[in-house]
Design a binder for this molecule. Structure first.
Ligand code: CP
Length: 315
């Protein structure tokens, strides 16, 4: 593994899941691997779980961390080539990425979608320019189109439930007052397509994810129908992909409720967090013993540790 930009970096998902689960039992087994090395963590957007779990993972490996909120602490970055930099952007990505590479051995970056410029979002302008101009491995801590650390943690969380039969997994769109990116939905979809599972996505018309990602996955427009017999319900909001960045309708009918969960096979409830209670899912669902949201957050540490370990082992 050279970088961890998306799930394609994982050679074998099942092997990775098993190795993450093994890491949990011996979190400090590789604590010398990162000795005298530094992980730089650059945040263009807020975070609770990703920031703390990745730092915890680094600690387990003996890595030092440097954390910077790039959006308000660093010079505003220019990404275009050949620009006369007479405006508000004071530093070019060429220098910024090369300079961070002098102080760090690995860089992790969080840079969400703008939701205004689809082309730049799909090109992963921030992440890919760091890859281009840095001389060290880059880790995606949620980019415009992908959140692969979350998806690996989610895969581990599902595996840990120890189901004996092929599970039915439903990724359901849920309401939210703000337009949210597609990254979590995209990466969960790509991950679930690689599990031995009956995987369906439920969303209102107009909220279909990028068809290049959903591929042959079954899309359903009736949430009640989709929930029938489900073993896992993963809720997430995202804005329209076709009408890029737009909230088409704030449809409260799509909130995950205790009543709807009765349609399932006593499904486990999953969400990446943060979650808006009684908007995305009701209190009963979140406070129920079938909610896995805290286990998911815990597994973020070990998913990140597995990724850091692969990159450190590669030197
Ligand atoms: N799930 C997740 O990435 O959480 P944060 O945005 O708090 O990091």
């Amino acid at each position: 593994m050279k970088h961890y930009l998306n799930l394609d970096a994982i050679p074998n998902l099942q092997t990775a899941i098993n190795e993450v689960i093994a890491l949990k039992k011996e979190a400090y087994a590789d604590e010398h691997l990162g000795q005298h090395k530094t992980l730089g963590m650059l945040f263009f957007n807020p975070s609770l779980r990703t920031r703390l779990s990745t730092q915890k993972a680094a600690q387990h490996l003996g890595l030092k961390t440097m954390v910077m909120n790039f959006s308000n602490e660093a010079w505003a970055l220019e990404f275009e080539d050949g620009t006369k930099m007479s405006g508000l952007r004071s530093e070019h990505i060429k220098e910024a990425a090369a300079v961070v590479s002098q102080y760090c051995d690995l860089i992790a970056i969080r840079a969400f979608a703008s939701l205004s410029d689809q082309q730049k979002d799909e090109e992963e302008q921030v992440l890919n320019n760091f890859v281009r101009y840095a001389s060290i491995p880059v880790i995606n801590m949620e980019s415009a189109t992908a959140h692969p650390l979350q998806a690996l943690a989610d895969a581990v969380t599902i595996k840990e439930q120890g189901l004996t039969k092929r599970p039915k997994i439903v990724l359901t769109w849920a309401p939210h007052p703000k337009a949210l990116p597609h990254a979590v939905g995209n990466s969960f979809t790509k991950m679930a397509q690689n599990l031995d599972a009956d995987f369906v996505i439920a969303q209102p018309k107009g909220y279909e994810l990028n068809p290049a990602i959903t591929g042959n996955t079954t899309l359903m427009y009736d949430q009640h129908e989709a929930f029938k017999g489900a073993d896992f319900v993963y809720a997430k909001n995202w804005c329209s992909y076709n009408d890029y960045g737009k909230i088409l309708k704030f449809d409260e009918e799509w909130m995950v409720t205790a009543e709807k969960m009765k349609l399932t096979n006593e499904a486990k409830f999953m969400h990446c967090l943060p979650i808006r209670r009684n908007i995305v899912a009701d209190d009963h669902v979140l406070d129920h013993h079938n909610s896995l949201v805290i286990e998911q957050a815990n597994n973020r540490t070990y998913a990140a540790q597995w990724v850091l370990k692969q990159l450190l082992k590669n030197g």
